[in-house]
Design a protein around this ligand. Structure first.
Ligand SMILES: [Zn+2]
Length: 87
């Protein structure tokens, strides 16, 4: 009996904790999204975004022009030609 009460209390506590975390995450599970590289916030499909020119990490448009925090090698949102091989 004690185990059952403890398990029920734990499930209720976990459910409340899950609701609290989901309310603080600014997360919509019905829309497809990618996670931004700097703040780990969702960047939903179809919304404006910027990508790292080297590792292709996605960022919010406000991060355009800054150094990528994932690879620390390239500028976010910069248009580049990419790697070319010449003979
Ligand atoms: Zn990068």
């Amino acid at each position: 009996m004690f185990f059952f009460l403890s398990l029920t209390t734990d499930v209720c506590l976990l459910s409340s904790l899950r609701q609290l975390l989901l309310s603080q995450l600014d997360y919509d599970p019905l829309n497809p999204f990618s996670v931004s590289g700097d703040e780990l916030k969702p960047v939903y499909k179809g919304t404006p975004s910027a990508r790292c020119s080297f590792c292709n990490a996605i960022y919010l448009p406000a991060m355009k022009g800054t150094k990528c925090v994932v690879c620390e090698m390239a500028e976010v949102g910069k248009d580049v030609v990419g790697l070319t091989i010449k003979k």
